[in-house]
Write a protein that binds this ligand. Structure first.
Ligand code: PBG
Length: 322
């Protein structure tokens, strides 16, 4: 007897009935780069279709995002002034704080998440305070607390710390709770690898480290067990959502986190993953649209509940037309 698995693949409608995973607009978070200044709407060369906006140019982009029914954005700031410790990150009149207020005036329901880090704000490009040529973990935690409180006061709906400091979730939870922001959730970049796939982002956000690299705080791409350790600590410290980053080369890790924790799992489809598909698509070497959908679907199949992706608008346009 032959086991005929092909029976359930014979027509599109039966395939629809047995389809296990679907990509939905509801799954997606769109990253926005917001730059201090005026009249800026510059396309990022290595990320076709993605731009850096000044505040005056932001409303039109926001209208489009909302019209496409994308539920959430994550904000990255590009300040005009950098310093040794990134104190612009907790300036109540900083670029992110101003952007949050602007978004909340125009579109109060658009869910606003802030990336909480320092690398775009420090003169050396590292994700915290430098002592002896390395990031000082505990000195950085003190500044992280100031930054999240400032984001929360400006009206952020959720904070997403990405600096990979030990104890960052406990510090941030305590800081938010003590200032009346018990209801603001934390999406932790819990499992963040030291990855070459961040290249285009660092151009976009002007955040490449000026010396060394991030291997003393971001994870070694060779490690899998360590991902469980990182996620365990963030889970215990009270992270509401656990993120894996990057996504495509780390689908095994996404599944591990999904299977081992009772928390929503997010993944970050990073700049290099986006750039590769866009570049090959532009050359006509792959079908960009299909590869985009297939790779995002693979993240869902791996176990991601939420996907942060530069493709969010492209996906939304495709799904809305269906
Ligand atoms: C750090 C941060 C990075 C990204 C998001 N947050 C860069 C880094 O760790 O160097 C990368 C995102 C991407 O590549 O799309 N604030």
């Amino acid at each position: 007897m032959i086991n005929r698995t092909r029976r359930l693949r014979r027509t599109e409608n039966i395939r629809r009935l047995v389809r296990e995973n679907r990509l939905n607009i509801d799954d997606l978070i769109y990253p926005l780069f917001i730059e201090e200044g005026e009249n800026i709407e510059d396309e990022i060369i290595s990320m076709p279709g993605v731009k850096r906006y000044s505040l005056d140019k932001l409303p039109k982009e926001l209208d489009e995002i909302v019209a496409l029914k994308i539920p959430a954005v994550i904000l990255f700031g590009i300040p005009s002034h950098k310093d040794e410790i990134g104190c612009e990150t907790w300036n109540d009149k900083g670029i992110i704080q101003k952007a949050i207020r602007l978004i909340k005036i125009n579109h109060p329901d658009l869910y606003v998440i802030t990336d909480v880090c320092f690398c775009e704000y420090t003169s050396h490009g590292h994700c915290g305070v430098i002592h002896d040529q390395d990031v000082d973990n505990d000195a950085t935690l003190i500044n992280l607390a100031k930054q999240v409180i400032s984001h929360a006061k400006a009206g952020a709906d959720m904070v997403a710390p990405s600096c990979m400091m030990d104890g960052m979730i406990a510090t941030i939870r305590e800081a938010l709770d003590q200032t009346g922001f018990q209801n603001i959730p934390i999406m932790s970049y819990a499992v963040k690898y030291s990855s070459a796939f961040y290249g285009p982002f660092r151009d976009a956000a002007d955040s490449a480290p000026s010396f060394g690299d991030r291997r003393t705080y971001q994870m070694d791409p060779a490690n899998r067990d360590e991902a469980l350790r990182e996620a365990t600590f963030d889970d215990q410290e009270g992270a509401d959502i656990l993120m894996v980053k990057p996504a495509l080369s780390y689908l095994d890790i996404i599944r591990d986190i999904k299977n081992n924790f009772d928390r929503p799992v997010a993944c970050y489809n990073v700049s290099g993953e986006y750039a590769m598909i866009k570049a090959a698509g532009e050359k006509g070497w792959i079908d960009e649209e299909r590869v985009m959908m297939e790779s995002l679907l693979s993240m869902k199949r791996a176990g991601a509940d939420i996907i942060i992706t530069y493709f969010a608008k492209d996906v939304a346009k495709l799904l809305l037309n269906h």
